[in-house]
Design a binder for this molecule. Structure first.
Ligand SMILES: [Zn+2]
Length: 507
């Protein structure tokens, strides 16, 4: 272990202008004038690990420290994600940490979000109680928004870790995929799509049954990507939930594999994930603004993914029905979607169908937050670029999920997301494809596979309509009657009906 002892003098205001570059490595923060070996209680900070982020720590008093997020590599504009450890604590040592250099002022901290913490012997992440956490404009920091939290290091020999949200590293994904490989599932394939700038794998997963590829019909493809924004770790939990469901023995998953090809690129910015960036790649690019003309050397992961998607779109034997890119949102609650605005009214209305179906299946999904837009700031995103280049029967969405919490209709209190709740959203997205394909008539209400609705009632999710509704076609009447949320989207029942009557892709 390399130990660096640094004296910090908080009265030296000049030092506050130093650029924050690398991650802190086993830094022991001691009072001004301190010399000699660190004692117990001289806190040692570290972020030199995968997805770690901590740029600088200033000693204010024995009980108070200013914490600086390390900006994204080659892009100092982004400072949101943090993830660091603290050790060498005394039992019951109380401290206040002030995180002082966020790049955004609007934040879920205003809505009660707090940092998460775990420690050596308590490896499950928990949220710091809201009553110990304050978000405010601070006169001591040029009126920047500062998030302060009080914490009690209760045990002496523990290493404590603090983070913005549940980390999901590149290595974690690789381990997860290696375990999937070991199962040798006949309907699952993992390929190398390309390498990132730092030579990390961009995996391409294909999930479909052998029967589906043998059938003499066009392949219906659902294309999913995630983690183009490296700090948006909830996207990886949603994506894993989706994969877990699609490879499971759940009857819905079996039917979906029989009729649909799922193509999944789980991590588009593995270098940024590894480095602990929030928004940027190694070279400082927001990859989700480079879909229009991705460069093979600067944005190789987007370049390869875009080419694959366009190739599939051009292929006569493929209908690319969905492109969905998974993100996490730093200011809004719930899961929700962004879609595009199209001149073609039918297309515009058709794309409201999937979010509405998802809302029936996922209690944390909000139609109110779902929006279709063409903001200039979103130009160059996967959703926008592919929305204007793909066949007009394709649906392109961004799936967002809150970094913090969701509201359900049965309660007035926001429920904080957990890793499991994010994965559940992924499972619910996956099974909604069956509702969609039944609605458009591609999969019949009674598929050839034996589905026994009663026995799987409680198998997954919240026992919602897709598990109850096998015997009924998804009629527009029942759709209207069971809608949990107000009809804020643009799709009328009439247009749903007309889609079923006129949809090109009916079989
Ligand atoms: Zn994002």
């Amino acid at each position: 272990m390399r130990l660096v002892v640094v004296e910090n003098n908080s009265s030296d205001t000049e030092s506050n202008d130093d650029p924050v570059v690398g991650n802190i490595s086993k830094l022991c923060v001691v009072p001004p004038g301190f010399s000699g070996k660190p004692r117990k209680g001289n806190l040692i900070f570290d972020a030199c690990f995968e997805s770690g982020n901590l740029g600088r720590v200033d000693y204010i008093t024995d009980t108070e420290y200013d914490i600086f997020i390390r900006p994204d590599t080659c892009n100092p504009r982004f400072r949101v994600w943090f993830n660091f450890t603290v050790e060498n604590v005394k039992a019951d040592q109380r401290v206040i940490f002030n995180i002082v250099n966020f790049s955004k002022t609007k934040s879920l901290y205003r809505d009660g979000m707090t940092p998460i913490v775990k420690s050596t012997n308590r490896p499950k992440w928990v949220r710091i109680p809201a009553k110990h956490c304050y978000y405010y404009r601070c006169p001591d920091h040029r009126k920047n928004y500062v998030m302060s939290f009080a914490f009690n290091f209760d045990k002496e020999n523990e290493v404590y870790q603090f983070a913005y949200c549940f980390p999901y590293s590149y290595t974690r994904l690789q381990n997860y995929l290696e375990n999937l490989d070991k199962r040798e599932l006949s309907f699952y394939k993992r390929e190398l799509l390309c390498y990132s700038v730092q030579q990390r794998r961009i995996d391409l997963l294909t999930i479909t049954s052998a029967e589906n590829t043998r059938r003499n019909q066009k392949q219906r493809v659902v294309f999913i990507t995630g983690r183009v924004h490296p700090g948006e770790s909830p996207a990886s939990f949603v994506c894993q939930g989706m994969i877990d469901f699609l490879v499971s023995s759940h009857p819905i998953a079996k039917v979906l594999r029989e009729y649909v090809v799922f193509k999944i690129v789980p991590m588009l910015c593995p270098d940024g994930v590894y480095l602990g960036n929030y928004r940027s790649s190694l070279m400082g690019f927001d990859l989700n603004r480079h879909w229009q003309e991705p460069s093979p050397w600067a944005h190789p992961t987007v370049y390869a993914t875009k080419n694959l998607v366009l190739d599939m779109d051009r292929c006569e034997d493929i209908d690319l029905d969905f492109y969905i890119d998974i993100h996490a949102h730093s200011t809004l609650m719930n899961g929700f979607m962004y879609g595009n605005v199209y001149e073609d009214i039918t297309r515009y209305e058709r794309q409201a169908i999937f979010p509405k179906l998802l809302c029936q299946n996922a209690e944390d999904f909000s139609l109110a937050n779902t929006a279709f837009n063409r903001d200039a700031v979103k130009a160059g995103t996967g959703r926008r670029t592919l929305g204007s280049s793909l066949d007009d029967k394709s649906h392109c969405y961004t799936l967002e999920v809150s970094f913090y919490s969701y509201m359900v209709t049965t309660s007035s209190q926001a429920l904080p997301y957990t890793e499991e709740a994010y994965m559940k959203l992924g499972r619910n997205v996956a099974r909604t494809f069956l509702d969609y394909y039944k609605l458009v008539g591609y999969i019949s209400a009674k598929p050839s596979s034996s589905i026994t609705p009663k026995s799987n009632r409680h198998a997954e999710g919240d026992g919602s309509r897709s598990e109850r509704g096998y015997d009924n076609r998804y009629t527009t009447d029942s759709y209207k009657g069971s809608s949990k949320q107000s009809n804020s989207g643009a799709t009328s029942n009439e247009s749903l009906l007309s889609y079923r009557r006129d949809g090109r892709r009916q079989y």
